[in-house]
Ligand binder design. Structure first.
Ligand SMILES: Cc1ncc(COP(=O)(O)O)c(C=O)c1O
Length: 438
């Protein structure tokens, strides 16, 4: 692909904060104009091997031809948004999803992961007739008020925290304090006693958990932890919600639930499910999903979105899931091989550095922690990870044409479009960067 410099003139004052979606703010600012496969280009014509993948949806790579073609075909067939009745294409994607993911009996679609989480929380509250929600410190479940707490808090927040304790609530946004719902509970991931103490109150509608925490790098469940959550929730009439927005489709067509074989009551997907097109999926047991059409209107959970199941997004999701299904072995083998190559290459490069690093990986998702052990929760990372060196490392990589999001612990995502040569070039650039990284 030719990449002429495409300097564009911008009027930053027209956008509040200068960038749409303020989580995309980077320093120094860059203007991106195009992306294809494993690469993206900025407006100076500079090319980057991309491991950010727009916060991870691009499992097949940017501008995947099959996915884009499906969208173009849908447009050409005049598959417009009707906003009344049903469509053949929404049935097709629903069937594909239910078929692909083991614990989905029924689904509904939204436009984002945040909306999908919101709906799952409402379903859980309606089904259990309880209010409380438990979520994980260091987990991210979208930006809505009921779960937007306790993400990457500083080490000082954990000074008096003991294993088994619930955390104080720390909103991740201003403007929601007044609405802080009673009954929101943050506990440490992998801390069985903490979650047990809250769930045993009998007031908890749902425990929502990313089965692998992937918004703070890669933090894996300790052996038996997800099974423990399942048993605990079942014993106390609490729903277990897996937030698979990051793990879903990236690690397997059937989501992380197909790997860990723990059955959530509800699960939420997004990101890789439509390879970069705006989709959220909520699904799970029919007895809970049925609350969206409960015969008693006072128990009915509203799901309504002008753009839900938009035909172009559905076309993208259908093409993505079909491709992951028909070429699954080839795709996931390739992703695993590249992940392994990246992991072993990074381990070997960092082994000669005089500061500690730990590389953690699940399949095509990886992270370098600047600490001497694999973390099991965010407090551990906040205390031990050298966040400043991490950011210096990321910025130096970006300068040299390898794009990782320049915020500490953000996940690296390899796509099916990456090649062995891309990984080798990345490692060679990394080697160079490490010579100068202090
Ligand atoms: C695990 C998880 N849940 C939910 C969300 C929210 O999804 P969206 O950004 O599509 O609203 C994200 C986004 O990063 C996520 O990583």
């Amino acid at each position: 692909m030719s990449n002429p410099a495409e300097r564009v003139s911008l009027k930053p004052e027209s956008i509040a904060g200068g960038v749409m979606s303020l989580n995309r703010l980077i320093d120094p600012m860059r203007v991106f104009v195009r992306a294809s496969g494993a690469y993206m280009w900025d407006d100076t014509g500079k090319k980057y091997i991309d491991y950010h993948a727009a916060f991870a949806p691009y499992l097949l790579g940017h501008a995947d031809e099959d996915v884009n073609q499906a969208v173009i075909d849908s447009i050409r067939r005049n598959e417009s948004l009707m906003g009344a009745g049903t469509t053949p294409w929404e049935h097709e994607i629903a069937d594909l999803l239910v078929d692909a993911v083991p614990y989905l009996e029924q689904v509904q679609l939204t436009n984002s992961g945040t909306e999908a989480v919101a709906f799952s929380v409402r379903l859980a509250r309606a089904a259990t007739e309880r209010n409380d929600i438990v979520f994980m410190q260091g987990g991210y479940n979208g930006w809505m008020d009921s779960v937007a707490f306790n993400l990457m808090d500083p080490a000082a927040a954990f000074t008096n925290h003991q294993s088994g304790d619930e955390h104080s609530l720390r909103p991740i946004s201003a403007g929601m304090h007044a609405f802080t719902p009673q009954g929101a509970h943050a506990v440490e991931y992998n801390d069985r006693d903490a979650v047990q103490a809250v769930v045993e109150t009998g007031k908890v509608a749902a425990v929502i958990v990313e089965p692998v925490l992937q918004n703070i790098g890669i933090v894996k469940p300790l052996p038996g932890y997800l099974e423990f959550l399942r048993e605990l929730c079942s014993a106390h009439g609490t729903l277990l919600i897996f937030d698979e927005v990051k793990t879903g489709f990236r690690h397997a067509l059937g989501g992380y639930q197909s790997i860990c074989k723990v059955a959530p009551d509800l699960s939420v997907f997004g990101k890789a499910a439509a390879n970069g097109y705006p989709l959220g999926v909520v699904g799970g047991k029919a007895e809970y999903m049925a609350f969206c059409c409960h015969p008693d209107p006072s128990r009915r959970v509203l799901i309504a979105g002008t753009y839900n199941a938009h035909p172009f997004v559905v076309a993208a999701a259908t093409a993505t899931v079909r491709k992951l299904k028909s070429r699954g072995e080839e795709i996931y083998t390739h992703l695993e091989q590249l992940g392994e190559r990246m992991e072993s290459g990074l381990k070997s490069l960092f082994s000669s550095m005089d500061y500690p690093t730990t590389i953690v990986r699940v399949g095509s998702a990886f992270v370098v922690y600047f600490m001497d052990h694999e973390p099991t929760n965010w407090a551990d990372i906040a205390r031990s990870n050298d966040a400043e060196r991490d950011v210096r490392y990321r910025k130096a990589l970006i300068e040299n044409g390898v794009f990782h999001f320049p915020v500490t612990t953000k996940q690296g995502s390899i796509s099916f479009a990456h090649s062995k040569a891309d990984i080798d070039e990345t490692l060679s650039i990394t080697e160079d960067v490490l010579k100068r990284l202090d």
